[in-house]
Ligand binder design. Structure first.
Ligand code: PEP
Ligand code: MN
Length: 356
């Protein structure tokens, strides 16, 4: 055999061995998953450092080289670690309640249907914060005229700085509810504390959990005990998995009317407030049965790029769009630079071909 042929034959031997290793790795993984199930039933934790050390020393005893024990340790540590991740994934998937609900979810809010993957995008618009009755009247009548059914507005504002306007609280929410319902609009408003849920309940049609509170599990459980739908916003540093797991707190508590909201994540970019991560929409549609919302205003933090972002959200299949709209954005008490005036918002609706 000449050298070339020898090389060829050694390579095919290696290819065969690769396949055997692959087969054995997957066989090992399947058995490990069985082990994980047994352990779960016995209430034992998945990670067992003593067992790992025993397996390694047994391998070292058998080791005849050419790999050194240290090199083997590295290879097997990797296998152990990946197996633990696999066990973890299996465990989570079994627990995820939302997966078991089936494909797509839809529910109604005062007769208006919200559904996942329904094809038409509902628009939720309104001011960043509830400021006064005149402001609400002017915006609400415009939304009503355009055929919209949902109005947003914060009465409890979780501001980054404690010195900024904190919202009008329950009094503001009562006025908001009165004005919105007068114009046949459902109230979408944020709640920041589980202790507020009971008193806010009569005045809210859809709860909003803000990005800062995505990890506030007591709050998630409290809205989970209610029957009104919940918009859960993704925290600016949260992975999709963390968002999904946070939604499970709501579901576990009994509420299966959940809307997941992408509102941008923090990156090194500072020309926008956050970077709008539109891949969330198809990913969350694949991974959950919930309607998916995109909040373009808190993502961009500036009004000049909102229309293309709205169009893009529609293109990736968002079920709902959130936009901040103010009758006088320049006078707004919060998020002034990102709110659209009524005319700009009207143009956006025409571009999207939604509303009347
Ligand atoms: C809001 O929608 O009013 C808000 C504060 O947004 P976020 O929680 O996404 O920052
Ligand atoms: Mn805002």
């Amino acid at each position: 055999m000449d050298k070339k042929e020898q090389l060829q034959s050694l390579r095919s031997e290696i290819n065969e061995i690769n396949k055997k290793i692959l087969y054995l790795l997957n066989e090992r993984a399947s058995i490990a998953l069985e082990v994980a199930k047994c352990k779960a039933q016995l209430g034992i934790s998945g990670f067992d450092p003593v067992r790992e050390a025993e397996m390694l020393s047994e391998l070292f005893e058998e080791n005849e080289g050419p790999f050194s024990n240290e090199e083997l340790r590295e290879i097997f540590k990797n296998i152990f670690q990946k197996t633990l991740l696999l066990m973890d994934r299996q465990d989570r998937q079994e627990k995820l309640l939302s997966k078991k609900l089936g494909e797509k979810v839809s529910f109604t809010v005062n007769g208006v249907e919200i559904s996942s993957g329904g094809g038409r995008m509902l628009v939720v618009a309104g001011p960043c914060a509830v400021e006064n009755r005149e402001q609400l009247e002017e915006i609400a009548s415009f939304l009503h005229e355009r055929g919209l059914k949902f109005m947003r507005g914060g009465a409890f504002k979780p501001r980054t700085s404690p010195y900024d306007f904190q919202g009008l609280g329950l009094e503001g929410l009562k006025i908001f509810h009165e004005v919105a319902h007068k114009y046949e609009l459902n109230v979408v408003s944020e709640i920041t504390d589980p202790r507020l849920v009971e008193e806010a309940l009569p005045y809210v049609d859809i709860w909003q959990i803000g990005a800062r509170n995505m990890y506030n599990y007591a709050l998630l459980q409290e809205v989970g005990r209610q029957t009104k739908p919940v918009i859960l916003k993704r925290n600016f540093a949260a992975t999709w998995e963390e968002l999904i797991l946070a939604s499970e707190y709501i579901l576990q508590a009994g509420n299966d009317k959940i809307i997941l909201c992408e509102r941008g994540v923090r990156t090194s970019e500072h020309w926008v407030r956050n970077t709008l991560d539109l891949s969330s929409v198809p990913i969350l549609h694949q991974e959950t049965p919930w309607p998916i919302m995109v909040d373009i205003s808190h993502a961009a933090g500036r009004r000049d790029i909102l229309s293309p972002l709205a169009k893009a959200s529609q293109a990736v299949g968002a079920d709902l769009l959130m936009v901040e709209v103010h009758n006088h954005p320049e006078r707004a008490r919060s998020d002034s630079q990102q709110q659209l005036n009524l005319e700009e918002f009207g143009n956006m609706l025409e571009l999207l071909e939604v509303g009347k």
